[in-house]
Design a protein around this ligand. Structure first.
Ligand code: FAD
Ligand code: NAD
Length: 460
C-alpha cells in the first residue's frame, strides 16, 4: 500500500455484499475498513431475507398445526393463532443474533468498522462525518431501496407500506392490496394471507413472478388462489387515493379499497449521499455502471451487490464482492449470472437456475424438456404435499443443463446441487448416473432428467 493511504481497501455498506468482501479482504492480509450508516448485515439481515423467512417459518408452522389432523395428530385445530408481538420478538432475536455474528466476524478479522454515511471526496478519499478516510481501493456495496414509481400518483390519506413496514406490523390488516406480483409481493401475499388478511395482488404482467418459468409460476398462483389470495393480472396501478387503489385492467378503469397497501414494484440502487456523480462515476439505468469484473469507470473503485443493478440477491452480492477482490489482488474474475440460483419461499417452495423454457427456446435450436410431478414422489406424499413439479431443460444433443425449475418441498436446498452441477459442467447423463437417497424429494431430479432424455422410471 502506498504510504499515503489509510487503508488498502475501504468497503462502503455492510450488507451481504459489503461485510463478506471486508472479511475476505482482511483474510487476504489487506488493511481493511468498512463504513456503514445504519445496520451491520444490511437489508438482507435487518429488513429483507432473514426477517421475511422468520415470518414464513411461523406461518408455515401455523398452517401445519391447523392441518395436523390429516396426519393423525389430535387435539389441535383452528383455534391456534400467531401472536404478532411474539412474532416480532422472535424476528428481532434472530436478526440480532446474526447481526452480532457479523460484528464479531468483522472485529475478529481486524476490519475497522466506521459508523456514518460515506461520501466521495475524490477517487481515493471518503468523508464520514468529521473524518476523512483514504484507501487504495474502494468497493461500493450500498445496496438498494424500495421504490414507489412516479407514475403511481398518491393522493389523500393512505396506509402505504413497503416491505420494511410490512415486516414491522404489530397487527394484521383486515385487507391488503399488494401492488406488484414479483418476489416481495408474492412472499408477503403468502405471509399476510396465512396471518388472516384478505389479500389482493395486482400485477402488471400476465403472470406473477416474472423471472420464474411460467409453468411453475402458474402452478404457484393456482395454489395460492386455492388458499384464498386473489390475483389481478395485466393490471396497471396508476393511482392510490384514500386507501383505494385505481388500476387499468382489460382497458377498463377499476378500483379496490383495502386497509393496507403494500408497494412491491421493485427496488432501486441506493447511491443517496454517496456523491458519486461529482467524482465522475458513471451510471446505467440508475445503477453504478460496472464491467464484467465489477470495476466502475474509475479504475480503483468497484461496485458490488444491489447497487450495480445486475441481480438483486444476497448471494449474488457476496459473490460479486469476492470477484472484485480476486480481480484486484489476483486475476480478473467474472460471474456467469445464468448460474445464480433464485428462490421463492412459499410452501411448497420455488427454486430456479438458468433459463426458462421460453428463454431457452429463443437461444437454442434444440432443447428437451423433462417434467416430473411431485404426485409421483414418495417423500412428497409422505409430507402431504404433492402439488409440485420438477422441470428441467437440457440441450438436445449433449444434454447440457440449461435450466432447472423446481416447485416442491425443500427445493430451496435441492437447487444448490444443480448450481454445483452447472458450475462443473455436468450434463443430464451424470445426474441420472448419480445415486440419490430414498425417500427424498431430491430423487425427483434424476427422474426429471430421465424424462427429458428418454423416460422417467416412475412416470407414465
Ligand atoms: P444491502 O443489504 O442493502 O446493504 C447495503 C448497506 O449499505 C446497508 O446496510 C446501508 O445502510 C449501507 N449504506 C448505503 N449507503 C451508504 C453510505 N453512503 N454510507 C454508508 N453505508 C451506506 N435476497 C435473497 O437472496 N434471498 C432472499 O430471501 C431475499 N429476501 C428479501 C426480502 C426482502 C423484503 C427484501 C427487501 C430483499 C430481499 N432479498 C433477498 C434481497 C437482498 O436483501 C439483497 O439482494 C441484498 O441485501 C443485497 O446486498 P447488498 O450488500 O448489495 O446491499
Ligand atoms: P420485482 O422486480 O421482482 O417485482 C416487481 C413487480 O411489480 C413486477 O412483477 C412488475 O411487473 C410489477 N409492477 C411494476 N409496476 C407495476 C404497476 N404499476 N402495477 C402493477 N404491477 C407493477 O421487485 P420486488 O418484488 O419488489 O423485489 C425487489 C428485489 O428484491 C428483487 O430483485 C428480488 O430479487 C429481491 N428479493 C428476493 C427475494 C428472494 O430471493 N426470495 C425475496 C424478496 C426480494
Amino acid at each position: 500500500m502506498p504510504e499515503n493511504y489509510d487503508f488498502d481497501v475501504v468497503v462502503i455498506g455492510a450488507g451481504p455484499g459489503g461485510y463478506v468482501t471486508a472479511v475476505k479482504s482482511a483474510q487476504m492480509g489487506k488493511k481493511t475498513c468498512i463504513i456503514e450508516k445504519e445496520y451491520l448485515g444490511g437489508t438482507c439481515l435487518n429488513v429483507g431475507c432473514i426477517p421475511t423467512k422468520t415470518m414464513i417459518k411461523s406461518v408455515n408452522l401455523l398452517r401445519d398445526i391447523r392441518g395436523a389432523s390429516a396426519y393423525a395428530v389430535e387435539g389441535v385445530g383452528d383455534k391456534v393463532s400467531i401472536s404478532m408481538p411474539k412474532l416480532q420478538e422472535r424476528k428481532k432475536q434472530v436478526v440480532s443474533r446474526l447481526v452480532s455474528g457479523v460484528n464479531g466476524l468483522l472485529k475478529g478479522n481486524k476490519v475497522e468498522i466506521v459508523t456514518g454515511v460515506a461520501s466521495f471526496v475524490d477517487a481515493h478519499t471518503l468523508q464520514v462525518g468529521e473524518r476523512r478516510i483514504s484507501a487504495e481501493y474502494i468497493i461500493v456495496a450500498t445496496g438498494s431501496k424500495a421504490i414507489i414509481p412516479s407514475f403511481i400518483s398518491l393522493e389523500g390519506k393512505n396506509n402505504i407500506l413497503t416491505s420494511t413496514e410490512a415486516l414491522a406490523l404489530d397487527h394484521v390488516p383486515e385487507s391488503t392490496v399488494i401492488v406488484g406480483g414479483g418476489v416481495i409481493g408474492v412472499e408477503f401475499a403468502y405471509i399476510l394471507n396465512q396471518l388472516g388478511s384478505k389479500v389482493f395482488v395486482l400485477e402488471l404482467m400476465e403472470h406473477i413472478l416474472p423471472m420464474v418459468d411460467k409453468e411453475i409460476s402458474s402452478l404457484a398462483k393456482d395454489r395460492m388462489e386455492k388458499e384464498g389470495i386473489t390475483f389481478g393480472l395485466g393490471a396497471k396501478v396508476k393511482k392510490v387515493k384514500d386507501n383505494t387503489v385505481f388500476y387499468e385492467h382489460e382497458g377498463k378503469e377499476q378500483s379496490i379499497r383495502a386497509d393496507a397497501i403494500l408497494m412491491a414494484v421493485g427496488r432501486a440502487p441506493d447511491t443517496d449521499g454517496l456523491n458519486a456523480q461529482t467524482i465522475g462515476l458513471e451510471f446505467e439505468r440508475g445503477a453504478l455502471k460496472i464491467d464484467q469484473n465489477m470495476r466502475t469507470n474509475i479504475k480503483n473503485i468497484y461496485a458490488v451487490g444491489d447497487v450495480n443493478g445486475k441481480v438483486m440477491l444476497a448471494h449474488t452480492a457476496s459473490h460479486e464482492g469476492l470477484a472484485a477482490l480476486n480481480t484486484i489482488f489476483d486475476k480478473p474474475v467474472s460471474i456467469n449470472y445464468e448460474r445464480i440460483p433464485s428462490c421463492v419461499y412459499l410452501d411448497p417452495e420455488i427454486a430456479c437456475i438458468g433459463l426458462t423454457e421460453e428463454e431457452a427456446g429463443k437461444r437454442y435450436s434444440n432443447i428437451k424438456v423433462g417434467r416430473f410431478p411431485m404426485a409421483a414422489n414418495g417423500k412428497s406424499l409422505v409430507e402431504g404435499d404433492t402439488s409440485g413439479l420438477f422441470k428441467v431443460i437440457v440441450e438436445g444433443t449433449y444434454g447440457e443443463i440449461i435450466g432447472v425449475h423446481l416447485y416442491g418441498k425443500h427445493v430451496t436446498d435441492i437447487i444448490s446441487e444443480v448450481a454445483v452441477a452447472m458450475e462443473g459442467e455436468i450434463c443430464a447423463e451424470e445426474i441420472i448416473r448419480a445415486v440419490y437417497p430414498h425417500p427424498t424429494v431430491s430423487e425427483a431430479l434424476p427422474e426429471a432428467f430421465m424424462a427429458a432424455t428418454g423416460r422417467a422410471i416412475h412416470g407414465l
